[in-house]
Design a protein around this ligand. Structure first.
Ligand SMILES: [Zn+2]
Length: 228
């Protein structure tokens, strides 16, 4: 079999994945804008710090989505391998810093809730936003993560983590409302957020290590992941 056509097929396949990544990020950005505006608006109306915080978290997701769109667009428009590698490296750095901010947000929100013994507040816009986020984000995160593995992009993997965070936080809001109504477990939402922080912390640490070590290290980590 001619090797050249195999390489060509792989190139065509990769280009299709990159285009899929660009589409996913456009969708992601559009949703994040809606989520950010709706959360802050509804939060201000209802006087809900939690909703406003959820809106601020959307802004962090907006940043990771935007940097990924930039990085994937460079590859989609036929940038040289060197340019793509540089963009990937820069995106990985921005994403790792964003993940640190996301950790800080989850920790601060949960700690504040526990210390002030905050009761989950039910506001209709808040519930609607959380429901939509819960419906959209896990699938979006999985799609990004699958594409990240295929493209070998650590930056995209980090962006996937920020989508998972969004979906999980939405789930804790909803579960917190139900558990508070049924069992008066006002703390459930914050405790669930702290549990999640364990996973997010690991993802963030890996993202930071790889952003520091450079793209070569990413492959080593991927191999390590597979053996784990
Ligand atoms: Zn979000």
């Amino acid at each position: 079999m001619p090797v050249a056509s195999d390489a060509g097929a792989a190139q065509v396949q990769r280009a299709a994945w990159v285009r899929a990544g660009v589409r996913v990020e456009y969708f992601s950005l559009a949703w994040m804008v809606v989520e950010a505006v709706a959360s802050v608006w509804a939060g201000a109306l209802a006087g809900s710090l939690l909703l406003i915080a959820f809106g601020l978290d959307s802004v962090i997701e907006l940043v990771t989505g935007a940097i990924l769109l930039w990085r994937l667009s460079i590859e989609a428009s036929g940038g040289t391998m060197e340019r793509v590698a540089r963009a990937e490296q820069r995106a990985a750095r921005v994403v790792s810093v964003s993940l640190v901010l996301l950790c800080a947000y989850v920790l601060a929100s949960a700690a504040y809730g526990l210390l002030t013994q905050r009761r989950p507040q039910s506001s209709l816009p808040g519930i609607v936003i959380a429901l939509v986020a819960l419906a959209v984000m896990p699938g979006l995160g999985l799609t990004k993560r699958r594409l990240a593995e295929r493209l070998g992009s650590r930056a995209l993997r980090g962006d996937a983590a920020s989508s998972f965070t969004c979906g999980y936080m939405a789930a804790t809001v909803l579960a917190g409302l139900v558990l508070n109504a049924v069992a008066h477990w006002w703390w459930a939402e914050d405790v669930a957020a702290l549990v999640f922080l364990g996973w997010l912390g690991l993802e963030t640490r890996e993202a930071l290590e790889e952003a520091r070590e450079g793209p070569g290290a990413a492959a080593d980590h991927d191999q390590r992941d597979e053996t784990e």
